[in-house]
Ligand binder design. Sequence first.
Ligand code: SF4
Length: 690
Amino acid sequence: MAMKYVQTTCPYCGTGCSMNLVVNDGKVVGVAPYQRSPVNEGKLCPKGVYAHEFINSEDRLTTPLIKKDGKFVEASWDEAYDLIAQKLKSYKPSELAVLASARVSNEENYAIMKFARGVLKTTHIDHCARLCHSSSVAGLATTFGSGAMTNSIADIAESKCIFIIGSNTFEQHPLIGRSVARARKNGAKLIYADPRLTATGKQADLYMQFRSGTDVAIFNAMMQEIIKNGWEDKEFIEKRCVEYDALKGEVMKPEYSLENVEKISGIPAAQLKQAAEWYATSGASSLLFSMGITQHTTGVDNVKSTANLAMLTGNIGRPGTGVNPLRGQNNVQGACDMGCLPVVFTGYQKVIDEAAHKKFSDAWGFPDGICAPQNGYEVTIMLKTLNEKPGELKGMYIMGENPMLSDANLSHVKEAMEKLEFLVVQDIFMTETAEMADVVLPATCYAEKDGCQTSTERRVQRFRKAQDPPGQAKVDWQIIAEVAAKMGYAEQFAWQSAEDIFNEITSLTPSYGGMSYERINKPEALQWPCPAADHPGTPILHTAAFAPAMPDSKGLMTAIPFKYPAEVPDAEYPFILTTGRSLFHWHTGGMTRRSESLDSEVPTGWIEINVDDAKELGIADNEMIVAKTRRGQVNVPARVTKDIMKGVMFMPFHFVECAANILTNDALDPVSKIPEFKACAVTVEKIQEA
Ligand code: SF4
């Protein structure tokens, strides 16, 4: 068989880089550049370069498995489907919950959303966006009317000033970092705020090191300085925003003076003043953030603060400006767009809205109706319900997620999952979560199917099948359709291809309404909103007005008082622990730890400790120590560095052998229900010899 190239989209981060998979003898053997994508122009970061290595891992699941007497035994698809159908039919809709996936295609997420709401008739559907950018969706939908990145990746290069807070862009979204570097080359200033002097911080013109969890105070101080100096954009505020007086009333309070916020955050007053001036007066400032902003009990407040700052200075709706949440996973934007959230159908059409509910109910044609027009549980609330209200939730269907490593306070997660009466996991590897399942179904990875995904800049791009799946593994949407058919709903899932599903999505989703496979097959694909077949897509949102969802299409400014994190250091746990990722790994490591080249770069986890703290504690670089919080403890090697703030420690969360999420706090933001991964109180000790 001849060697061929198959153009597809990277399966790792939300940047959405295109690449070619090199296929020889029917197997993917490598990655080659695809030059025509406007996103990455042939360039890839290390994860993209080695995105082929896990595909044919010998650990791939190849046959359905059913747990009998505590052990998995191989089963036929029919046996597995019969058991799943019989068990799922035995529960009431409210006793069932579904987790969709930011890893799989839009078509597959749509299929499981329709399955949850139409077949199971449950309102409890969510996915891991809850853990990364649920605060962005909630915060920006409330202020701008749309919970997504306002500008495009290429547009960042047009900025005159880029303010990055809570995002290690150069390592976690390297090809977005390229746009930042281009802007700097053209003379833009880069302001970087983070507790760690990361690779991104090292490129900054102004680096502000701060205590994790003090973001709102920082934004309020910058806004006070801007108003005091008359740098606010009065015309923009007057014409495009509401509630300015309320915002002003809050930020002008003495507690947000530069000197006071220096005490709260640790950022010198002069740096805050400089940041405020550069951001407000550049003419085109772009604000980039990621999970350093969102993963807090004040995550929604933090996001609204980014929106406040941008509106106050008129940095919205023009090239080089915007509020840009950098989404984590390859298709986390798409999974949200596809309605895999407990409150919306596709395109953020509310489940509680009578007209939207009727629209989906009529279009799907389930003879016995669909879920009630009610909001369901978020994944974090599903877990709390399992632990705190025994018997309320009984069955769960998980597609391509691993809460047993990704969620906060893992002992609590394990306790919750053990309370399930019936668990189905559909995945490509035997994950920590799959180990707990009653039935495991072998699914396909990105290289084995057709479909599309939506990147952080709302660009809807194609996956293309490059090889057959291993063993009996099947495409996720096909598995869902076959389970639905077993449960009596073959007609509603009678798709013949991913394209059939995409056509159903576009017919029900106004923001995708003008898209088709023919249109998104082009190298530049399309960015939503794209409401009509002749619409070119939308690289910049809110150019003339905010979204129609906002009253009078105006942006909502919000007064936001500063609150400390749920857990702050004390005598027993005197340090702040924050978590994040490594350049070479991806989330729970399922794919990257099975990629030899990536795993050999960073084979295990670590805890970063400031040099002065390490000296006081008598801890040496590379020494194995024990890290403890109120929720558990892990043994982990110390990485002693000057690059982290004194009093703050950092762990990546990819590594099961030193799982950071045993330590993290599952206290939730009251609106988005995101856990506070980015700040809890920790102590570290030397390991005592036995
Ligand atoms: Fe893949 Fe993201 Fe790297 Fe691009 S920047 S190659 S999308 S991991």
